[in-house]
Design a protein around this ligand. Structure first.
Ligand code: GSH
Length: 249
């Protein structure tokens, strides 16, 4: 008689991280039970390095019966080996899904960090909304101003970078709509590309200034279908006038 044992999965996250939400959505899609461990911000780099090896700093990381797998795209591939069905890289589109997923990781994902931190510079009292709270009081806003300043430094955000990110958003959204038209994302079931790209787009939807660029498009559906709930709200009017490109008809 053969017996199969379920591997022990432990996911290490920081609560607001969108690539962590990508992995959580993949685990849920595959019906895999896991333990979720929230690392403490500030101490997470050392914890990650100890668990996942020299040079690693970021979340998500997943251990599978103690085997460390680091980074959202590596984790989704490993989950596919572990539980092939339902597929995140379905044939015959598996290669195209992988390409789109990697684009989502290497090109789009950073916008899910720079855009909210960028907007919060102009509306620091909104920082509490990302933890599910309302607008911060003056003392909280003082804290947020210092925190956002440190985040700009860490993520190398400047006004020039932010304005360039905003100007460059429409062609990226067009690319996602094209992926949807090709059936690489936004099909009946989520692919790895949906979960990678959708998590970043869902962060962008927390910014009132960006919602008009997304509303009613496949790109918005990719975000809202797989990530219906997402904390955070920076009201429209945060970015300086003229920085957010107008939506083309
Ligand atoms: N592309 C990587 C990036 C992960 C990443 O940058 N995660 C952020 C959270 S969204 C992080 O851990 N930041 C903490 C830090 O940089 O110290 C992935 O998808 O796994």
């Amino acid at each position: 008689m053969s017996t199969t044992t379920t591997p022990e999965l432990v996911l290490h996250v920081l609560p607001p991280s969108h690539p962590c939400k990508t992995v959580e959505a993949a685990l849920a899609f595959k019906g895999l039970a896991y333990e979720r461990v929230e690392l403490q911000a500030g101490q997470h780099n050392a914890a990650v390095e100890e668990l996942y090896g020299e040079g690693t700093r970021t979340v998500p990381g997943l251990t599978i019966d103690g085997e460390p797998v680091h980074g959202s795209t590596a984790i989704l591939q490993r989950l596919e080996q572990l539980a092939p069905e339902p597929a995140l890289y379905p044939e015959p589109i598996a290669a195209a899904v992988r390409e789109a997923e990697l684009w989502g990781d290497t090109v789009l994902q950073d916008l899910g960090r720079r855009m909210p931190w960028g907007a919060l510079h102009f509306r620091p009292e909104a920082m509490g909304s990302f933890g599910g709270a309302g607008p911060l009081d003056p003392a909280g806003t003082d804290f947020a101003i210092a925190y956002v300043r440190a985040s700009w430094k860490y993520h190398r955000i400047s006004a020039v970078v932010l304005a360039q990110d905003l100007a460059g958003l429409p062609p990226k959204l067009d690319h996602i709509d094209a992926l949807a038209a090709e059936g690489i994302v936004n099909g009946a079931q989520p692919t790895a590309a949906d979960l990678q790209i959708g998590a970043t787009l869902r962060v962008l939807l927390t910014l009132g200034d960006l919602r008009p660029l997304l509303e009613g498009r496949p790109a918005e559906q990719v975000a809202r279908r797989w990530f219906p709930d997402y904390a955070g709200e920076v009201p429209a009017g945060a970015f300086p006038a003229g920085w957010v490109p107008a939506r083309e008809a």
